[in-house]
Design a protein around this ligand. Structure first.
Ligand code: HEC
Length: 176
């Protein structure tokens, strides 16, 4: 990117921020009514899909090589645990409100959290038991597919491909 392009980008970002509804601070002693400032799809791509890549990598035998790599895997597991709850909060997407109100949606989202919880002891122990990781990965795939079959529109509202997904698809290590 050139320097000339930077002011334009800043302007464009400022424009976006003004358009979005500012989150309000709740009254003292009251929990805030939190909404995602982005579509659920952004959480799906940025958190769920991203963390799944790291969990699948280990199940595919792409083993972490050092503590830094294990840190990424453990972080991904936490992202999955938390992400399953995050996608039950309405965001700015067209269908978000109707999705979060649906019990199948809630069930599949909670399953993501549970699968993450079950992976946590493996990540904490830096387990190289590839079979155990693969079993977790298999449950994940089933879950993604089941929910997409029920809810995913034909045309996605965003199209982002992670570098990690590209690497996996090329058979390269996901780790730096
Ligand atoms: C609770 C339901 C649910 C679960 C569980 C779920 N997804 Fe999604 N996902 C969706 C919906 C709905 C969309 C489309 C959102 C949109 O287009 O606005 C989506 C979109 C995506 C996208 C964006 C790209 C595209 O084609 O739209 C990716 C990537 C993705 N999901 C990956 C995953 C992965 C990986 C898993 C499992 C680890 C998963 N999802 C689990 C409901 C789910």
């Amino acid at each position: 990117m050139t320097f000339a392009a930077l002011p334009l980008l800043t302007l464009a970002l400022a424009g976006c921020q003004q358009a979005a509804e500012e989150p309000a601070v709740a009254e003292e002693g009251t929990a805030p009514q939190v909404k995602l400032p982005v579509p659920i799809n952004a959480a799906m791509v940025g958190i769920i899909d991203q963390s799944a890549d790291y969990i699948w990598a280990v199940g595919n035998g792409d083993l972490p090589r050092d503590d830094h790599d294990w840190d990424q895997v453990r972080g991904a597991v936490y992202d999955m645990i938390l992400g399953g709850q995050l996608i039950q909060i309405e965001g700015t997407g067209e269908y978000d409100a109707q999705w979060v109100a649906n019990q199948d949606w809630q069930k599949h989202s909670n399953d993501l959290t549970q699968i993450g919880q079950d992976a946590l002891p493996l990540a904490e122990a830096k387990s190289t038991d590839v079979e155990a990781w693969r079993a977790i990965g298999d449950r994940l795939v089933q879950n993604c597919l089941a929910c997409h079959e029920l809810f995913k529109p034909e045309v996605p509202s965003q199209g982002i491909l992670h570098e990690s997904t590209v690497r996996e698809s090329l058979g390269e290590s996901i780790f730096d």
